[in-house]
Design a protein around this ligand. Structure first.
Ligand code: EPU
Length: 433
């Protein structure tokens, strides 16, 4: 059985929503907890599917992991194995980030080669080159990437060809226990990289330059256990609700956010003519807008416009006055939602990595398929604002990876949305609510 959302559009969103912790920060931090031999509570870790998968892998490796009330996770114990199982790793690419901490802890690690995924090939060459620079020998055996550094890792200067978020984090987790200094040049500056760095620092790791393109790490013989760490808010979830609020909100307050992490979104929204956002210390108040205009958006590594908000922004621009351009520079195939938006009446054409969007007056409900996590979120936004009923298929496989019970959160704000199970292969119903 699969799950779908059935959404009757045009119901205004009103009220308050608390934004949960960032899954793209909690995933590597859970992986890094392999290096924390104590009894740890990680706070602000929502039970989204990806976090549950990471917990299962950590259990397989010998840790005890328990989700508690209030988005807390209790992690304790020490890892007993350094080989992660294919069945679990294949569900989520971020599990490749177990390699750094396992290699640091055991001097060896074996992780299944992550396959491509729908948004792009997503190779791991930069991770591997980084581990090799630190002195690990890498082989691929029966589909597993095997890394060995029996004599320990040695600090090195590593220049990343691209500022990869995952490679920066993986190398950082390995380097904190390497001998000597590691310098990562062209490092990713994303808040989720900084959060992992801060977690490692709280265990005594010596790291400088977080949030800049050069990170310096002085390797330590060992780290000290800590018992509590709180994960940063999910900037992509916050951005998703902000865009929803502008399109179909009456008076929506999005709380527990870090406005600094959302600057590129705020700048683009202003350019499109959105002037009603009230940004305070840890919240944004959004009043619905009636009209906005087309703009150009290019996705870039942080602090540029995030690729993870590109599909949601495309829905917004589909309803803008005039023409917009979106250039996707981070992933080579992140326009899968375009075909689905066309079914709702959007006017979009694609040329390579550029989408040309001709604003339309309205979208009209139809059955559509979530093809990845953020594309799925964008289709939900489209359903909320479209006339009539929209069905978003495959929500359990994609949207649930990063949003917990999204339908309940939206219903509490006034949306008309429900989750329904359906048999695979029997996809489309009669669109009745
Ligand atoms: N790349 C390489 N070689 C590598 C690593 C990356 O060529 O060894 C390429 C990728 O193929 C991609 C680009 O570099 O074209 C950027 O990839 P990056 O490594 O930065 O991404 P990631 O670490 O795999 C994380 C997030 C993604 C987010 C990207 C970009 C997590 C768990 N995932 O992925 O989140 O889109 O950074 O910001 O943190 C999502 O949440 O929906 C999501 C896909």
């Amino acid at each position: 059985m699969r799950d779908k959302f059935i959404i009757e559009g045009r119901h205004k969103l009103k009220g308050e929503i608390d934004i949960w912790g960032s899954k793209n920060a909690s995933l590597p931090i859970m992986a890094a907890s392999l290096l924390n031999s104590g009894d740890l509570i990680l706070d602000n870790v929502p039970p989204v599917k990806d976090n549950l998968t990471m917990a299962e892998i950590l259990r397989y490796l010998g840790l005890s992991v328990e989700f508690l009330e209030g988005d807390k996770v209790h992690i304790k114990g020490e890892p007993k194995g350094y080989r992660a199982p294919y069945e679990l790793v294949s569900r989520m690419r971020a599990s490749f980030e177990l390699m750094g901490p396992l290699l640091a802890y055991f001097g060896e690690a074996e992780i299944p080669y992550p396959g491509g995924c729908r948004i792009g090939l997503r190779p791991v060459d930069l991770h591997i080159k980084g581990f090799e620079s630190l002195g690990a020998e890498i082989t691929v055996d029966k589909g597993f990437v095997c890394a060995r550094a029996k004599k320990g890792l040695k600090g090195a200067k590593i220049h990343l060809d691209k500022p990869s978020v995952g490679a920066t984090r993986n190398i950082m987790m390995a380097a904190v226990l390497a001998q000597g200094e590691t310098i990562i040049e062209n490092a990713a500056c994303e808040p989720e990289v900084v959060d992992l760095g801060n977690f490692l620092k709280s265990m005594g790791a010596e790291i400088e330059g977080l949030g800049t393109s050069t990170i310096y790490i002085k390797g330590k013989k060992e780290l000290k256990p800590i018992d509590y760490y709180k994960i940063i808010p999910d900037r992509i979830a916050a951005g998703t609700f902000i865009i929803a609020g502008i399109m179909i909100g009456k008076d929506l307050v999005i709380k527990n956010i870090e406005p600094e992490h959302l600057q590129s979104l705020f700048i683009k929204l202003k350019e499109a003519g959105v002037n009603s956002l009230q940004i305070r210390d840890r919240e944004v108040r959004v009043k619905g807008e009636k009209v906005w205009k087309g703009i150009e958006v290019t996705t870039m590594p942080y602090p540029g416009f995030p690729t993870d908000l590109q599909p949601q922004m495309m829905v917004f621009l589909s309803l803008a006055q005039g023409t917009s351009l979106i250039v996707e520079t981070v992933f080579e195939n992140r326009f899968l939602h375009v075909g689905e938006l066309l079914r709702l009446g959007a006017k979009i054409s694609i040329d390579g990595r550029t989408a040309l969007i001709q604003g339309v007056e309205k979208l009209k409900g139809a059955p559509v398929e979530a093809t990845d996590l953020r594309a799925g979120a964008a289709l939900v936004l489209a359903g909320l604002v479209a006339e009539g009923v929209t069905e978003v298929l495959d929500v359990d496989e994609h949207i649930d990876r990063g949003y917990v019970a999204l339908e309940e959160k939206l219903s509490a704000l006034g949306a008309n949305i429900k989750r329904v199970s359906y048999e695979e292969g029997k996809k489309v119903s009669d669109l009745s609510l």
